[in-house]
Design a protein. Structure first.
Length: 399
């Protein structure tokens, strides 16, 4: 853990969590001073009826509250491609929106942050600020953004509803770029487990493993603190115990409710301890090259990276084991880390997660290209992985 003596911790988003919570959206927006709300989502959630369900909370509002639904944009693409963000931005301006409601998984929630940032800074192309692969701003230089913003996650995975960071696929550069700026996160996150009840087992598992990766990378971070450890540990313990339950019974509202909270806790720890993130470093590269969904990428890579980079993880073995409900008493670090990795592989098996990228049929001849992509990915700036270690990770991952 960090021993600098300086601890900075931020969680600005107000969280409201209960099944059925979306009914409060109009009153929450009124409290934020909103007038014209644009709802951002994707085609899948529109087809599933969730967009209509959320929109109806405004249409059925008979209490005389001020906010109106100015428009609905459901063309957010997977991986938050920059052109998607730009299209949503143009739409928000066309309908005269002064507020943002994001309903969806990580791609939608991150795209909404890009729209918010662009509206605030009066830019028309989010790529303008991502030319170097990452845009970092910090408080107090970064100023509050006076655009009412509520996020409603429909997966328990990315935690993007509360994080002051967003990841976009930059088509021009062919890489995933990062926007890390205070105040782009939502003012309020509404965690409604009812919206996740229809999530298929595969997506439930992969998004859950994404959240678990956030928690474990926060615990192993050189910038970890007691604040981040508490959230990361609780999140990981919940995911390890609840994820198999919802795979067995997708209608388990309480377990879904717990997983949504775990996802929020995990990303909060991850962002506040942001430093070495080798699993995400590799996942971003695979995602950019082969469009592998981020949850699937983390699902496959988490135990592989921990095994190949064992020297990095060994000092944190006790905390990692405790976070996964693995017995720690009287066990040395080497054995503990092996038990942690075994526990992750057991969780993969119980939840039906992908264990390799075999289904993507990645040619073995792509190895040099993948090594270069990992080595040059912006997420590797804190902890550059040695090329020989990257090669070992890739060889195991591609199956």
């Amino acid at each position: 853990m960090s021993n600098t003596g300086l601890v900075r911790y931020n969680m600005r988003t107000v969280v409201q969590a209960t099944p059925g919570a979306i009914i409060t959206l109009p009153s929450l927006f009124e409290g934020l001073g909103a007038s014209r709300v644009v709802l951002l989502s994707d085609a899948g959630l529109q087809a599933a009826g969730i967009v209509e369900q959320v929109a109806n909370t405004f249409r059925s509002n008979s209490s005389g509250l001020n906010p109106t639904l100015a428009g609905v944009f459901t063309e957010i693409a997977a991986n938050s491609a920059c052109e998607t963000v730009n299209a949503a931005l143009r739409y928000a301006r066309e309908v005269g929106a002064d507020s943002i409601l994001a309903v969806g998984g990580g791609s939608v929630l991150d795209a909404a942050k890009g729209v918010k940032y662009a509206m605030h800074n009066r830019i028309s192309d989010i790529r303008e600020v991502l030319l170097g692969g990452i845009k970092l701003e910090s408080w107090p230089q970064a100023r509050p953004i006076q655009i009412p913003h509520i996020a409603v996650p429909t997966t328990a995975g990315t935690g993007a509803e509360v994080s002051a960071a967003a990841v976009f696929y930059n088509e021009d550069l062919g890489v995933k770029c990062n926007l890390v700026v205070p105040y782009i996160e939502a003012d309020i996150a509404v965690l409604d487990a009812n919206l996740t009840l229809g999530l298929p087992p595969g997506l439930t598992a992969s998004t859950g493993m994404d959240a678990l990766t956030h928690a474990l990378e926060a615990l192993a971070s050189p910038a970890a603190t007691h604040f981040t450890d508490s959230h990361a540990t609780t999140a990981a313990q919940l995911i390890e115990s609840r994820l198999p339950l919802v795979i067995e019974n997708g209608r388990d509202v309480q377990a879904r409710h717990d997983l949504l909270q775990a996802s929020t806790l995990a990303i909060d720890a991850f962002v506040n301890a942001l430093n070495a993130i080798p699993v995400h470093n590799c996942a971003h590269a695979f995602g950019a090259l082969y469009h592998i969904p981020h949850g699937d990428a983390n699902s496959v890579l988490l135990p592989i990276v921990m095994e190949v980079l064992s020297d990095f993880y060994l000092p944190h073995a006790t905390r990692l084991a405790a976070a996964l409900n693995v017995e720690t008493h009287g066990v040395d670090n080497e054995t503990l880390l092996a038990n942690v990795i075994a526990s992750l592989r057991n969780l993969q098996e119980k939840t039906g997660c992908m264990t390799t990228f075999a289904r993507f049929e990645i040619p073995a001849g792509d190895l040099p290209k993948i090594v270069m992509a990992v080595a040059t990915d912006p997420a590797g700036m804190f902890y550059p992985i040695p090329p020989d270690k990257i090669a070992q990770i890739v060889e195991q991952a591609i199956g």
